[in-house]
Design a protein around this ligand. Sequence first.
Ligand code: HEC
Length: 457
Amino acid sequence: MRHFHLIAVLAAATALLPAAEPVSYFEDVRPVLQVHCSGCHQPANKMSNLDITEYAGIVRGGAKHGNSVIQGAPENSPLVSLVTGKMEPRMPMGGAALPAEAIELLTRWIREGAEDDTPAEAKAPQAPSEPPQYRQAPTITGLAYSPDGSLLAVGGFQEILLHKSDGSGIEARLLGRSDKIHSLDFSTDGKRLVAVGGTPARFGELQVWNLDSGKQERSVTATSDTLFAGDLSPDGTRAVFGAADKSVRVVEVASGEELFKAGHHEDWVLQAVFGIDGKRIVSVSRDRAAKLADAGTGAFLENVNFLRDKLYAVARHPRRDYVIVGGEDRVPYLYTMDRPRALKIADDSTLIRKFEEQDGTIFALAFSPDGSRVAVGGVSATVNVYDTESGDRVATCKGHDGGIFVIAFHPDGGQLATGGFDGVVRVYEAESGNEVKAFVPVPVESAESAADSKRAG
Ligand code: HEC
């Protein structure tokens, strides 16, 4: 009898609830999903491509059933069918069924319209509507010249600034939601700009910009941390990038669809590039490895090499399948992606040339458009330019006040632009190392920073 009594009380309580208050997604539903489901359905581990940690992800649903919630119709919602076991496999997969009250809560929330009452401050941020105001110049981690050489794109804070490449002014400010941009790539026709970045400890994002309209065509978020430097395939259809979750990912630019996620590294993957025909990828990581993978499937092909220290940068030769890598051991290494003979892994048969040791960790590498020069920068605050063939140093570019994080050659090969910790863009002549121009790429408000930019310019 006691038992019966308990059931009766529960039933009565349940019956009373609807009259009392509608179910809240944020207060009631989200915590249930967080506890029982998010282990397998979150940005870093999206089983069946379902992210259950955000309202939009729940509605969007997974790979198999599509929308997991049909507003007003719990009986047609896969989310409910899967937790009740009406549909197989019952969720949580392999675990105990949800308590009846939790199932009732989900059911009722959907019947009541499955509304999203997430408070604005708890949502993933939207792009700002006004350009940010700067007290000081932000660290520069993204730089790219447009293919015709007329523009220099610079990653700012929550925006990309399109400068006239002679440094004479800003053409456009592209506002996006990522705090940081870690790489920028123009499509070869100059119509699109692809940016990879994110907001540390929040989300990673790939942005696709249409430069005719000045509008963002696509924002693809991935992982719960920023994404690291990437590359656009030679035909502009795919983008590759590394991530803090140790993955290398390839995304189709037109659809934003993630084509694959490869997990061959054991630590953050800081940069990835396509081979010359877009069929292979080389990635470098803090795990000290440079790895070669199939760009179609993500399948691991081989280790280009394992080095003594963490690797931070990789650049591909513009005309052949050579890559230069660098990092903590300060030496730039030039490798071929095609191992000449079938030898043991971790041998040096892919090494073409070592360049001279730098005065600090290497963060940035870039080839000139014809591949005859390669530029190396990093903690030393100088950029050294080398002859790729001979390994001889051609020029040294000085003037930065702090580490250099990015280098870009102008398409005519005569100049290169650099950026880094001090927030100043400097343009040098590649053959002499002479500085041509220096400018702070963002409008800065305060007096000290004005002095800074004067010193810089
Ligand atoms: C242990 C891992 C795991 C847990 C925990 C888990 N799931 Fe799943 N979930 C999966 C897998 C794997 C699939 C794909 C199953 C299949 O169809 O083969 C899946 C599929 C789904 C789908 C269908 C997605 C689609 O493809 O359309 C939904 C909806 C879903 N789960 C909801 C939940 C809910 C709600 C919970 C918590 C109550 C939960 N899952 C907990 C692993 C899990």
